[in-house]
Ligand binder design. Sequence first.
Ligand code: COA
Length: 299
Amino acid sequence: MDVDELHAAQAARWRAADPLLPAPDAPRPDPVRAPGGAGWLRRLDPDPQSMVATWSAARMHRLDAHVAGDDPAAALGALLDLVDPDLGPVGDRDSAVEVFWPSRDTAPVLALNRRGFGAATVVAVRRTGGPGAPTPPGVRIRPLEPDDVDAATRMHLGIVRYDAQFGAVGERPSTEARMREELTGRADHPEPTAWVAELDGRPVGLCEVDPPDRACWLAPLCADGPIGYLSSMFVDPAVRGGGLGAALHAHADAALRAAGATRTLLHHSPPNPLSTPFWYGQGYRPLWTSWRRRPARAR
Ligand SMILES: CC(C)(COP(=O)(O)OP(=O)(O)OC[C@H]1O[C@@H](n2cnc3c(N)ncnc32)[C@H](O)[C@@H]1OP(=O)(O)O)[C@@H](O)C(=O)NCCC(=O)NCCS
């Protein structure tokens, strides 16, 4: 199969697997070739001073691939083996290799599992809008204000520290400063995009969203839209399990709907035992999975 035929076959498989998937990116020049597969390896190293550095390894490799035929897993496996020598030094703990793949196109996934990749993050999707959960008694949910930035930064750091246990994210020297800047910007914004939940005047929850005009970077991931993005959610450990997360979600969802979003996307870490059941209970489902191996070249 030539590269255009591979692209067409993969596009047909993706269409059949999930109506919300876009077509695969067009083939690029100079692929790595294996029977039934074509791949392109690229570097996505984040700026260490940017927020992306928190969500990524310092040296980030990504394999994009088109695989088809009788055994897409064998094709993807062969591509991964071919690019392996280009993944930097063996055992570099701040390196990772990623294959970002539609969650429901399961045909090639075994190749990743067999080579030590794990599902690091999922982009989940839900139709925006719908009946929202009530706010628990004694709780007040209100837009983030400048005086909340310290507490909101602590809560946002709480997400990173909790999720860091599962390997996909890690606090960097720049993390806190970037979060503070981001939250300061949100607190000054005339249209609220962040909310704080207060219990007896104490901040106990945080939720942030990007309406469609700020979520353009994610739009190519979903064939339907406009897309809104739910970028963070945190509830104080002392009050979890009482419906506060669901109430914050209802606020975020209503705001995204009012801003014109018809689909909401979010990232979560599949092994997170709190967020994963919570999001699926709220009606989200997996759209894309980031399969990662870290170090990029295991010992
Ligand atoms: C994920 C998170 C935001 C959920 O917040 P929460 O306030 O605990 O959420 P809720 O209380 O609405 O729902 C959680 C559970 O409590 C249950 N619950 C909801 N209302 C309830 C009520 N009134 N009484 C008792 N239980 C209730 C829900 O059914 C749910 O249980 P389930 O997961 O078994 O279905 C919170 O666990 C958290 O901050 N986790 C750490 C940070 C994190 O992972 N953030 C998400 C990153 S993607």
